[in-house]
Design a protein around this ligand. Structure first.
Ligand code: ADP
Ligand code: ZN
Length: 368
């Protein structure tokens, strides 16, 4: 006997990313207009709660829409199941139901935690993203990856959960510490290297404007980066092939982050060194030329990002890369640029196995 449950689904998860400057004062109104929920649950961290959260909550009250705020201690250390379970219980106590909507207000850590909470609360409720760091505006708020770290591996527990809308108010960057801004620049430069030579030149020529948070420049950067990342995600949401190009700099980067116990290097810093190391791998494979590698190094350095490999044994680094969740049965894959704006592929595949001897050769250059 057999009973078949037909579940062929056709779903449209398309969403808009709204990029504005100077509209943060009417943000709640904009969110409410979208009709994403009857009540709103703002999830944020302890810093953003004080700087932006309280004002946003007051806006909801002014608009006579029910909203509550739940916060957790700022920092990557909060990205665990304990935090999520605490948030879910608070949501239950506050009476949120399936018709309500989560507002993820903050940086990448908040987006990951709040998006994941929304994906499992009552088997999934709506959520919108309000990124407040450059890293989140240009990268992590797009693409629907949400989740937390386990003690054993970073980002190992999670779900794909697309937001209903992303609201980017670039003026939120005004209060962001410089170190955090620079951290976000690493992914911005990455997007330029993998797909947009013109953006790379733009960044080279706009360093001062970026660092002084010139409005037009920051809005342009946010838009360009959303287009690049959104374009990749559209074609390959589940990272079967093309989306792997976003991992450029991350194979070595993740290993360095992990070796520093996620406290010595910030994500963007580790990715900066990772991008240089992986450009060197590309050079060692005879793909990228010396001049292009130097251009990448120079740009990252100009923003104050680290470019030199920390003092870890090469074998230890390679061992770490093979325990990365993206390695398959211990085989490590790299996504490598062949020149600025163009990624290398073999038979159409963007994840490429590289021999340890080549990696060692490249790492040795990065020490200098
Ligand atoms: P990321 O966005 O790099 O993944 P986080 O979400 O941890 O990282 O944010 C980095 C730090 O910046 C956190 O301490 C967070 O509280 C703080 N932060 C986020 N947005 C702002 C902002 N607009 N102004 C000031 N501090 C902020
Ligand atoms: Zn990254």
């Amino acid at each position: 006997m057999k009973v078949r449950v037909e579940l062929r689904k056709k779903i449209d998860e398309s969403y808009d990313i709204i990029i504005e400057h100077g509209r943060s004062k009417t943000l709640a109104k904009e969110i409410i207009k979208g009709g994403f929920g009857r009540k709103y649950c703002i999830i944020t961290d302890s810093n953003v709660e004080k700087i932006i959260g309280k004002k946003l909550l007051a806006q909801f009250t002014k608009e006579k829409t029910s909203a509550k705020m739940i916060s957790f201690p700022a920092g990557e250390k909060s990205k665990n199941l304990g935090t999520v379970s605490g948030i879910l219980e608070k949501m239950l106590l506050l009476g949120f139901d399936r018709k309500d909507c989560v507002v993820a207000l903050g940086g990448g850590v908040t987006g990951d935690i709040a998006g994941f909470a929304a994906s499992i609360y009552m088997r999934g409720i709506n959520f919108v993203q309000v990124p407040t760091t450059l890293l989140a505006m240009a990268d992590s708020s797009i693409g629907g990856k949400t989740g937390v770290d386990s003690k054993l591996a970073k980002n190992s527990i999670g779900a794909f959960k697309q937001p209903k809308r992303v609201f980017i108010c670039s003026e939120f960057l005004q209060t962001l510490p410089k170190k955090e801004l620079v951290n976000g620049m690493s992914e911005v430069v990455k997007h330029a290297i993998i797909l947009d030579k013109g953006l790379f030149s733009f960044i080279e020529n706009s360093r001062k404007k970026i660092l002084s948070l010139d409005k037009k420049t920051m809005a342009f950067l946010a838009k360009k980066n959303c287009e690049i990342k959104g374009g990749v995600v559209e074609k390959d949401e589940k990272e079967e092939n093309l989306r792997k190009i976003l991992n450029y700099g991350h194979t070595i980067g993740h290993a360095l982050e992990s070796l520093g116990n996620y406290s010595k290097l910030k994500h963007g810093e580790a990715v900066s060194i990772g991008m240089i190391a992986e450009a060197e791998i590309s050079k060692a494979l005879g793909l990228m030329n010396e001049g292009e590698v130097e251009k990448i190094k120079k740009l990252l350095k100009a923003f104050g990002l680290p470019t030199k490999l920390p003092n870890y044994d090469f074998k230890t680094i390679i061992q770490k890369t093979s325990s990365d969740k993206k390695a398959v049965s211990g085989q490590v894959f790299y996504s490598l640029p062949k020149r600025i704006g163009k990624m290398h592929s073999i038979n159409g595949r963007f994840a490429i196995p590289v021999e340890d001897s080549i990696v060692i050769k490249a790492l040795a250059v990065c020490k200098k």
